[in-house]
Each structure stands twice: as C-alpha cells, then as structure tokens.
Design a protein. Structure first.
Length: 321
C-alpha cells in the first residue's frame, strides 16, 4: 500500500483572526479581519440570492453549486433561525486557472465559499466571503497572493453590482489564536507512470466515507478537464479534482451564533497529481479557520467542528492505509 506522509502548514498561533461586528466598519479601517461582509436592505425574501448567482456568472465566475439550507435545517432539526441561507461554491474561470498553475494547493479555494443569509425578523441580507489576505494566510504564504487579490476585487465588484445598496465591511472582533494548522495536507507516494489505480482507489474510499460520517458532497469538479480546455491543450497535472463537502449539523450549529462562517462552507478538498511527480496530494482547510476567522466561541459549535475535523481526517487516513 502507498506510504502516507501527513503534512501541516503550521502558521503562527498569534496570527490575527477576527470575527464579525454587526456595525458597518469601513474596510480600510478594519483591514486585519478575515471575512468581508456585504449587508443590504432586503424586503424581497426570494429573488436576491438568484440575482447574486446570475451576476457572478455574468462576471466570469462559475457557480458550481447553490445550496439552499433552510429546507434541510427544517427537515433535520425541525427549526431554522433564517429566512434565507444559501451556500454558493464559486470560482473565477480565468483567474483560478492561473492561480492553481502557480500554486497547486490553492485548489482548496477552487471553488471558494460564498455565504448568503438573512435571519428571521432581520431587514438586511448578508453575504460573507474570505479576503485574499485570509486565503493567502491559510495557504501559508508570507505575502498576499496577487491573483487572489484580483479574484477578490472581481468578487467585490460583482456583489456590489448585484446589491447596489450594500455597505461593505471587514469583521472586526478581537483576534483569536488558531488552535491548530490551517491547512490539513496528505500525500501518497506513487510511481510517476503508474498512478491511475491508486487514484481510483483513493477516490472510491474517500467518496464511500462521506455519508457514514454525515458529510454531503454538494459538488464535484473535475478541474483538470477545464485546465485542458476539454482535453485540447496540455495541463501541468495528470489529474486535478475538488470536492465541495459540508456537514449539515456543523453549519446549523455554527450559524446560530456566527452565520458569517458560511464563507467556509462547503469545505473544498483538493486531490491532484502533477505530471512527473511521485505523489498524489490531498488537502482541505481545517476547522480551526472557522473558529479563528469567524470567532466561533459557542462550545456546542466548536464540538461539532472538531468532530468534523477528526471525521474528515479519518476518511483520508482510511483511504491511504
């Protein structure tokens, strides 16, 4: 069986992580936060999420999934605090290609999450996304990646177009230290020319492990097919896949106190092999990002997050044994 090497991108525990303030704060005066929040008046409770999705697609983004969550909340928990709660998985078609070719592990943001939510009785709808600075930090980069900044700028423009009355701010709670590595990484050694069987086994075991652990795969992206322009040009990868994974119990419990953490959901797990490499690489952003960036303090929510982290790790460990 292939050898397993577990890698962690360990960042400083004193990195600044910030949560959400409900008051509008100019972005330039709150630049240390990890989550950018858009808030807009919304008396029409039905059309705005669809308008956001359409605008993103118009502006060059691929919306691979738009998951409405209030229905599942009611079905599983017989209760929802929200009139609107959508999880979008989104990537910019042109810029994400440049990003992944430059930084292969950046596939954990292909797609990235966009949280859309409005609590019952609330007059404003909110949209939550990760800043480019936060994404760069999760990837272990010393500086903000310029391509991530370009994607963020295009996302901001698109969302402002869809919500012209929105005010925008960056979360500004006191920072929380990360309690663990921000990116959970695994590699499996393979023969550079005989990797297909190992890849197929990994995918089968991983996918079979989702449902028993309570995970739902909202989207699967065979990203290398896009990189090869439908197999018409060369790609630096033998394969590149990403899974959008969520756990309803986690989202439900975290959203009760920190709905802005929806920017982390679904979680993207990448699985790829570069041409000529003797390794298959797997990785996903850990739940420590949720707790730190979104300032999750509720003990029940933290327990659900940590269980999800351990369950996800166990799935990957089982796949590589």
């Amino acid at each position: 069986m292939p050898n397993l090497k577990k890698l962690f991108y360990t960042l400083s525990l004193m990195s600044v992580f910030l949560g959400c303030a409900q008051n509008s704060v100019p972005a330039e005066n709150a630049a240390k936060g990890d989550l950018r929040i858009f808030s807009t008046p919304n008396s029409d409770k039905t059309t705005l999420p669809a308008r956001i999705e359409k605008q993103l697609e118009t502006d060059g983004f691929v919306v691979s999934a738009n998951s409405e969550m209030t229905g599942p909340f009611m079905l599983q928990f017989q209760q929802s605090d929200f009139e609107i709660f959508h999880l979008l998985t989104v990537f910019h078609e042109e810029l994400s290609e440049k990003l992944v070719k430059k930084i292969p592990n950046a596939g954990v943001f292909v797609p990235m999450g966009v949280g859309i939510y409005q609590a019952k009785g609330e007059k404003e709808l909110h949209v939550s996304i990760l800043t480019a600075k936060a994404q760069s930090k999760i990837l272990g980069l010393k500086e903000v990646e310029p391509i991530l900044s370009e994607i963020e700028k295009k996302m901001i423009t698109s969302l402002k177009t869809a919500m012209p009355d929105a005010h925008v701010f960056i979360d500004s709670d006191n920072p929380l230290p990360a309690e663990g590595a921000l990116l959970s990484m695994y590699t499996v050694e393979v023969d550079p020319d005989e990797w297909e069987e190992t890849k197929d086994e990994l995918m089968m075991v991983i996918e079979d492990g989702f449902k028993p652990m309570g995970f739902v795969m909202s989207n699967f992206t065979e990203y290398n097919y896009l990189l090869t322009k439908e197999e018409t040009v060369e790609s630096p990868f033998d394969f590149y896949n990403s899974y959008s994974i969520c756990k309803l119990k986690v989202i439900y419990n975290v959203a009760k106190t920190r709905p802005q953490a929806a920017a982390f959901a679904p979680c993207t797990m990448m699985l790829y092999k570069e041409k000529g490499s003797d390794e298959i690489v797997m990785g996903f952003p850990s739940v420590y990002n949720w707790m730190s960036s979104a300032h999750v303090l509720d003990e029940n929510a933290k327990q659900e997050l940590m269980k999800a982290q351990k369950d996800f790790e166990n799935i990957l460990k089982n796949a590589t044994e």
